[in-house]
Design a protein around this ligand. Structure first.
Ligand code: ARG
Length: 589
């Protein structure tokens, strides 16, 4: 379907033309004085210079040319030369009725279906997830769903940190604790045990212990580095142990991401491209892209126009070990060969932007990425506490994701129990989780990703204001009205829009009409916050309509069926939007 704004602009443009002016002046915008009109056009002001005429005269000419328009019910030329417009009920309702019948509410299929890889999540194996990982997961998941909804082919890849020093640290600590394990016996040639020699909680304790020791004890650190090296060159026992670490961690990660309603198509990691690295390195050398510098292998990536220092991209350390960026570069190569993507989007902490600048430049310079592939860094800001400092536990420690989620769950459960003391407890716990997830995700996604935001439990869990629970509450309210209508014998499928509307009903329709333009922009700009802003406005418009209108007691059947059609559409649009944001609404709350 054509976008609403384009349709009304087309009508205005024709009027400019009929009145003898350049039709390009006829662009419409949403009114910035909603008390005066619904949409406005400022083209007469821009035309004043061109035609050496008073803007008001031009506006009057255009308004005259719009007499009898089927799109506009009222066009007013207002000093100094605004065109204040109200739309005709019939035009608005027919657009809305078209939306309700169209696939995806009239969102047009993309001109070209793109193949997009989203690199998000990025947890580090064996390290517990903390609040920083929340943003990558929540934003990446939504960007993925928006792109899919917009009609593109999207692959989500978790890109785990599973190959670095943390692996060597865990192996070293295990060796200190259980030296008798066969993994440490060089002469062992048999089959290693199927069962891991640790549980996830042990693993989560082992890593911080080892990391702490390595900071104090240089010998210990050297051992960990050696273990990392041995693992990376294929030591049999260490590989077997590593397999266990991965299996135990991945099972736990899957549980955590599942609770967040986050799903990955690929569970690849830094380790997945190890076999590609040697070939990539010799290619970079033989093509003359990489050179030695103080024993290390580097690619220069600075450019003449740089205003800040961009250091060379290190491909191999002097001991031949690969680095974080070596794996990222090899991953770009692998993605090129396997998927030929049009775009790769990295949803990573914005403090890594210089790093990605280096990696992207290096990939372009060495031509390991095709010219057609766009590399996009979507850097996100920090999650802060109400004190404006990075979010911590009350004791000042790093906030683990599980703890943060359970704090919000508890708060939500208390609220829901207060509203509804009678229902079954298990049911309420279920609902609390669902609403809590909306609180967390909406609290994050309603901010522009690049900005820092304050994680404010009280605000996020409020049923009022710009929050996830408010949106869900609105959906639940609509569901309850529709249920009552059906229980009283009404048939929702028979509902039909009525071309006569009251003011708040029309205002709600005008919000709905913005859907396809909003979704296109949210996709083009990888911007979930646009979806949030839209559903917040839409919910406000709905609640205003609800308070102004007697819906179920309306006596005029045609009007009543019109309300029901509008309620159904509003509910479907809201549900679609929260689905692309990655959460869902309960039946009651
Ligand atoms: N594991 C990394 C970290 O915790 C994030 C990975 C981001 N993705 C990437 N392709 N480098 O910082």
């Amino acid at each position: 379907m054509e976008k609403f704004l384009d349709l009304i602009s087309a009508e205005m443009k024709q009027a400019f033309e009929r009145a003898g002016y350049d039709k390009e002046l006829g662009k419409m915008t949403v009114s910035n004085r909603p008390d005066l009109c619904e949409y406005q056009c400022n083209g007469a002001m821009a035309g004043a210079k061109l035609y050496k005429k008073a803007p008001l005269v031009i506006a009057q000419d255009v308004a005259k040319a719009l007499e009898g328009s089927s799109v506009f019910a009222k066009v007013e030329a207002a000093p100094p030369g605004f065109l204040n417009c109200s739309l005709s009920d019939a035009f608005v309702t027919s657009y809305i009725a078209g939306m309700s019948e169209a696939d995806k509410f009239g969102l047009s299929a993309p001109k070209k279906k793109e193949k997009i890889i989203i690199d998000y999540g990025g947890p580090n194996v064996a390290k517990p997830l903390h609040v920083g990982h929340l943003r990558s997961a929540v934003i990446g998941e939504s960007v993925k769903r928006i792109a899919r909804y917009a009609g593109h082919e999207v692959i989500g890849d978790i890109h785990m940190g599973d190959w670095g020093l943390q692996m060597g640290l865990i192996i070293t600590e295990l060796k200190e604790r259980k030296p008798e394990l066969p993994y440490f016996d060089e002469s062992f040639t048999g089959e290693y045990p199927k069962e891991a020699p640790f549980t996830i909680s042990e693993l989560e304790e082992i890593y911080p212990t080892a990391s702490g020791k390595s900071k104090e004890d240089a010998d210990y650190k050297a051992k960990a580095m050696e273990a990392t090296h041995l693992l990376q060159i294929g030591n049999r026992g260490y590989r077997a142990l590593w397999d266990h670490i991965i299996a135990v961690s991945v099972a736990d990660l899957k549980k955590n991401y599942n609770n967040l309603n986050v799903e990955f198509d690929l569970w690849n990691g830094e380790s997945s491209v190890q076999d590609i690295i040697p070939g990539m390195v010799s290619y970079m050398k033989s093509e003359g892209y990489a050179h030695e510098s103080e024993g290390a292998l580097v690619v220069d990536v600075k450019e003449e126009t740089d205003t800040k220092e961009i250091p060379p991209c290190m491909i191999l350390k002097s001991d031949g070990a690969s680095l974080y960026n070596t794996t990222d570069l090899a991953t770009i190569m692998e993605r090129r060969d396997k998927y030929a993507p049009d775009r790769i989007i990295y949803v990573v902490d914005k403090r890594q932007d210089l790093y990605f600048e280096q990696v992207f430049r290096c990939a372009r310079k060495t031509k390991i990425v095709s010219d057609q592939t766009e590399l996009l860094f979507l850097g996100f800001g920090t999650v802060n506490g109400t004190d404006g400092k990075p979010y911590k536990t009350r004791e000042g420690g790093v906030m683990r994701l599980e703890r943060l989620i359970s704090e919000i769950n508890d708060k939500m459960l208390a609220k829901i129990t207060e509203n509804d003391p009678d229902s079954d407890m298990a049911q309420k716990e279920q609902t609390a989780k669902q609403v809590a997830l909306a609180a967390i995700k909406y609290g994050d996604l309603s901010n522009q990703a690049s900005k820092d935001y304050i994680f404010d439990v009280d605000r996020f869990t409020s049923f009022e204001g710009d929050t996830g629970p408010y949106i869900l509450y609105t959906i639940v309210r609509i569901k309850s009205i529709l249920n009552k209508y059906a229980q009283a014998g009404g048939n929702i499928a028979d509902a039909a829009f009525c071309s006569e509307t009251n003011a708040s009903e029309k205002a709600l329709m005008l919000e709905l009409a913005k859907f396809n333009a909003m979704m296109e922009a949210a996709y083009a700009e990888s911007a979930p916050h646009k979806v949030c802003a839209f559903i917040y406005d839409l919910s406000n418009a709905f609640n205003h309509f609800y308070h102004e209108t007697k819906i179920l007691t309306e006596e005029n059947e045609t009007r009543k069926r019109g309300y029901i059609a509008l309620l159904s559409l509003t509910k479907e649009v809201l549900e679609t939007c929260i689905d692309v944001l990655g959460f869902s609404a309960p039946e009651k709350m």
